[in-house]
Design a protein around this ligand. Structure first.
Ligand code: FA5
Length: 344
């Protein structure tokens, strides 16, 4: 507090000296309160002017006002300086070195199986098939019996099975049970494509996994024939590989189709010339297929005299192995980033 003895000149000098040491907004505000505030030093001084003799008051008042104007001007200057300083500091802190190399963004990518599944499904969608799915934990009825594979039938040996709750609950060994589930809830015409995971109690080797994917196809309608099946499968092979890919059909046995067959394609790597991938035969086995067995149609309440169907099932990893020249199926699910990052 400025004492009565303190002269105006001393007050002004002290105020200006303090102001020079003020470095930020809050110190500036504090300075203003101390010197220019309602209870500040200048206000105290003005109050003390009231105690002077009447004749001395005008001159003392005028002098005090002049100091007030000078201090307010000094305050405004200092405020502008501090703002400019803090702006500089902010610019300095925000400075970006645009010449630094960018930080690498680690984006994920679709798994190679997902990529091939999407390609397969989209080709069949273009051919008029609708995508559907079914459960991985399945009943014996759907996985075997409704597919014309009764208990104790030797064909069960074709699918080594993981049982969840023997003998009726198991991990599906193929996507064919979704044929039954789809037909049960639809009336013909039916045209579905079914991607999904399957499980087999099998020893692993470069071309066998115990967990892998399949893509099942099913069409049921009046008057469907083997020619429709072959037409669809050749169209698929020529879209996923080369437009002039040759296909070969061989008789094969699956209890749920009659007749049954397997389709081989001309090796897309060597284009039939013979290479390591096709074991120098020029052909690759691609899928199992056939006309839906009349007993299967009867099991779902369809009349085999009225409608016919065709079905097929393929292993997408094996297709990806061919298109990407991968020589071991175990790489797909080994979670080795060096392998997976090649498909980003
Ligand atoms: C079946 O699973 C039949 N459900 C396919 C089918 C459907 C036939 C409709 C007729 C009508 P298969 O067991 O052959 O068939 O398996 C089909 C495909 O799955 C094989 O061609 C192969 O590409 C793939 N596959 C089979 N076992 C394995 C395995 N252990 N690891 C990886 N892929 C496999």
């Amino acid at each position: 507090m400025a004492s009565l003895a303190e002269t105006l000149e001393t007050l002004e000098k002290r105020a200006l000296g303090d102001l020079a040491g003020v470095g930020d907004d809050s110190a500036l505000e504090n300075w203003r309160n101390v010197y220019l505030g309602r209870r500040g030093a200048l206000a105290d001084y003005l109050r003390s002017v009231g105690q002077l003799a009447a004749a001395d008051r005008p001159a003392a008042g005028q002098a005090a006002n002049a100091v007030k104007v000078a201090l307010e001007a000094a305050f405004a200057d200092r405020e502008a300086q501090i703002q400019a300083l803090s702006l500089d500091a902010r610019f300095e802190a925000d400075r970006i070195d645009v010449t630094l190399p960018a930080r690498r963004l680690h984006t994920g990518a679709l798994h190679p199986t997902t990529q091939i599944l999407r390609r397969i499904v989209s080709i069949f969608r273009d051919l008029g098939f609708r995508e559907t799915e079914g459960p991985e934990v399945e009943l014996d009825w759907y996985n075997f019996e409704a597919l014309n594979i009764p208990p104790d039938h030797p064909a069960r040996d074709m699918w080594d099975t993981f049982y969840v709750n023997p003998p009726s609950v198991l991990l599906r060994t193929h996507t064919s049970p979704v044929q039954i589930r789809t037909m049960e809830r639809s009336t013909p015409p039916v045209r579905v494509i079914v991607p999904g995971r399957v499980y087999r109690y099998e020893a692993q080797d470069p071309s066998h996994e115990w967990m892998f994917y399949q893509v099942e196809g099913l069409a049921v309608d009046a008057g469907l024939t083997m020619a429709d099946l072959k037409g669809v499968l050749v169209a698929f092979a020529q879209r996923i590989f080369w437009p002039d890919t040759q296909c070969k059909f061989r008789c094969s046995y699956f209890p749920f189709v009659e007749p049954g067959m397997e389709m081989d394609v001309q090796c897309p790597i060597c284009r039939g010339q013979g290479c390591r991938v096709c074991k120098h035969s020029g052909w690759l086995e691609l899928l199992g297929a056939g006309m839906v067995h009349p007993k299967v149609l009867t099991n779902v309440g369809y009349d085999p005299e009225q409608v016919h169907g065709f079905a097929f099932g393929m292993g997408p990893e094996r297709i990806a192995m061919v298109t990407h020249v991968i020589d071991d199926i175990r790489l797909f699910y080994g979670n080795d980033l060096r392998f997976l990052q090649q498909f980003g």
